[in-house]
Design a protein around this ligand. Structure first.
Ligand code: BTN
Length: 237
């Protein structure tokens, strides 16, 4: 497989887009020491200082069974969670849809973007950002974010975590069924009252199930069930 190390890039997801246009192979990985325009979900930016984080994206040409971006987010979340647990003793959990948390703090974010090449071939840029050895965050992030270093008191090996995450992801990707039960066992959102937004409305409900494509089934306070596919979700209480 191709693994490309870049010292500085705008965003590794953007690098995937450029390389997909040049028909780079399925499974190629782009890892950057630093991103100048790291992207988060919902148009946010992703703090990507050099030296301490792990920022990488995979280029995937999806087959039908795996075509929704949410199904890639699901696989990546489980892979990162397993890799962190294998290499540290941190109780990493998944906050649906795309955050890896330790306790209340975010350690990793995932951004799966689907687009088409100029020739009309679908591809997914599956981006993963992990706070590995950061000791401080900008003020606005300090309350919500942490790093594996801050959680364990030890500097962690970024290369080992990168390779472990890739190997967990490859294993999950080659399985024919979505690993819903394993995901559910590590998901802090399930069974909780959540607040989510839809078409500018704020709604309340209980997160009751993860669907095979990574979507969330919610039981609304009016008794109706609703499928939530992305967007802003917060766990209550
Ligand atoms: C989020 O939690 O909002 C998603 C953050 C995703 C960040 C990663 S870092 C590697 C890849 N390149 C990007 O520009 N974003 C993703």
């Amino acid at each position: 497989r191709e693994i490309h190390f870049l010292s500085t890039v705008d965003s590794t997801n953007e690098e995937v887009r450029r390389r997909a246009e040049q028909r780079a192979p399925h499974g190629s990985v782009y890892v950057a020491e630093q991103q100048t325009r790291g992207k988060g979900r919902l148009g946010r930016s992703w703090f990507s200082a050099p030296g301490t984080g792990l920022y990488f994206s995979l280029l995937l040409y999806p087959e039908k069974i795996h075509s929704a971006p949410s199904s890639f987010t699901l696989l990546a979340g489980l892979a990162v969670c397993r890799a962190i647990r294998a290499l540290t003793n941190c109780p990493a959990m998944i906050k649906w849809p795309n955050d890896i948390v330790i306790g209340p703090k975010k350690i990793c974010g995932i951004l799966a973007e689907r687009s088409l090449t100029p020739l009309g071939q679908a591809f997914i840029a599956l981006g993963i950002g992990i706070n590995v050895n950061a000791g401080v965050f900008p003020d606005e992030l300090q309350k919500k974010c942490s790093s594996l270093f801050l959680e364990t008191g030890k500097k962690q090996n970024r290369a080992a975590l990168f390779l472990q995450t890739l190997s967990c992801l490859d294993k999950l990707y080659s399985q024919p069924e979505a690993p819903i039960a394993d995901y559910a066992a590590l998901c802090v959102t399930l069974g909780r009252e959540i607040c989510y937004s839809r078409e500018n409305q704020i709604l309340l409900g209980k997160a009751i199930q993860i669907l095979p494509n990574g979507e969330l089934l919610v039981l609304r306070s009016d008794g109706r069930e609703e499928v939530v596919s992305s967007g802003e979700v917060s766990v209550q209480g």
